[in-house]
Design a protein around this ligand. Sequence first.
Ligand code: G4F
Length: 297
Amino acid sequence: DLSDGSRLTTLLSTIRPDEVYHLAAQSHVRVSFDEPEHTGDVTGLATTRLLEAIRLVSPESKFYQASSSEMFGATPPPQNEETPFYPRSPYGAAKLYSYWMTRNYREAYGIFACNGILFNHESPRRGETFVTKKITKAAARISQGKQETLTLGNLDAKRDWGHAKDYIEGMYLILQQEKPEDFVLATGITTTIRDFVKMSFAELGIELGFRGKDEAEEGYVVKNTGEYKLEEGTVVVKVDPKYYRPTEVDLLIGDPTKAMTQLGWKPKFDLAALVKEMVASDVSLFKKELYIKQSGI
Ligand code: G4F
């Protein structure tokens, strides 16, 4: 429980870990607008509780802080370790507090504490309320005729998406350096939400077109060579402003030059491979689910 500092201290003093990867958070940006105080506590202050526990009972532990590209927010790209921060959500602000506390414990107490400033990283394990998984899951169901539409928010936002497997390797490399430092992990390539939707449906043999603007925008079937008969012209994507954020991060493009040169980090997956894997996983999960339902197991 990240709100319980004494428990964290007890755990750290019992385990005395070589490395601590602090990935826990209230990590949904939209939810942080509804729960700003809870987000500040769990995503912000909890980092200080962990750092204090390390300082008091396990100062040899190396500490990795999951900092986020959301800290850049409205600052124009490309974003790297020298880019000024301008968070656009309670989540981004809480992460920025954690970023500075990590640096402060490094500078004040000599703790081996590092920030990995990670751009969006996805995989089939992504939670269903994040946009990539929401899209791939819906595409799988729509392609089988088991869901009619996918309803999204802002289709124009652009994200620098990578594969979580590559980013986990980067986190590990950050803690294996001689000196504690901060690193950006990103692919350097940005894509709109709309294009991620198109790529996901294309994996299933469904070509989508988009028409209309803002709330009236919709995605429709241009051509379908997939398994299930979905008529041309059928609307499968709609927009609902309830998914808009009070302040949006419009454009993220990371510059991972430092990680590439200093850590030798290089992502193995590109976006096409990521989309393929996520869609295939959702199709197979969905088929298993159907089988269980039909066979009554
Ligand atoms: O998938 P998202 O919710 O991720 P977001 O906000 O970029 O944050 C994720 O990545 C950060 C960087 O690694 C992490 F720090 C953070 O914890 C989280 O993992 O939204 C991506 C974009 C946004 O612009 C959003 O407005 O997709 C847009 N979007 C459009 N429709 C939607 C939807 N996002 C969600 N979650 N749901 C929608 O229906």
